[in-house]
Design a protein around this ligand. Sequence first.
Ligand SMILES: O=C(O)CC1=CCC(=O)O1
Length: 264
Amino acid sequence: MAFTRVNGIVLHHQVLGQADGPALVFVNSLGSDLRIWQDVVPAFADRYRIVLYDKRGHGLSDAPPAPYTIDDHTDDLLALLDQLKVDRAAVVGLSVGGMIGQRIAVRAPERVRALVLCCTAAKIGTSESWAERIAAVEDGGIEPIADAVLQRWFTPLFRETRPDEVVGWRNMLVRTPDHGYAGTCAAIRDADLRPDAGRIAAPTLCVAGDQDGSTPADVVKGTADLIPGARFALIDGAGHIPCVEKPAVLSRLIGQHLEEAGLV
Ligand SMILES: O=C(O)CC1=CCC(=O)O1
């Protein structure tokens, strides 16, 4: 666990694995923090230098006043990599984390060796849907929307058979600062990365969950189709957070992609 000041805010991050291995960065989703990667990291810790962090407004990182932009989040990641002296990294991003991954691949292509875009898209939702969500959170906090979010995060099977874990991940969600959450909703609302998707040069794998209620498989596939050479993979029995629900399957897909990209 470490804390670093970048762009005027403190970011919480962890560096694990092999100090001299290729860098592998994981970027979390809306309402989550770096703990969502805990069951994926062990598959890579023997070969990679792994960087986990809480993006602004989330986890133990600072939550400056809303709103944020995807470029704010991207600036934070670039500054964090500078601080850690990581010149180039493979980037795995979940949902809004995948939007940050797409943006860094366009803005700083020399720093991205490979990209895994998990349950994400170049455009997520509509301005109206995000405006509604921001208004709801500004009005009553995250608690009243939490159960609806959890329904998109996890499949019915996961929710029925692993209720204590659902409670734990729900606790993570509702403990996100309201303005950190709403600020990142605004970043997603305002981001349309489709015009630049064709400029992504990093080898890219797009992964979808077959029961994802937030970025359905056809939406993820639509983004894969915009990125030159991108591959698409579908995980059966997964919602929006396969790093929690299907970590072994996701780890295998990430590992194969990184090998094909020549990282190890
Ligand atoms: O809360 C959701 O609907 C899931 C989600 C959308 C963007 C993100 O990062 O998570």
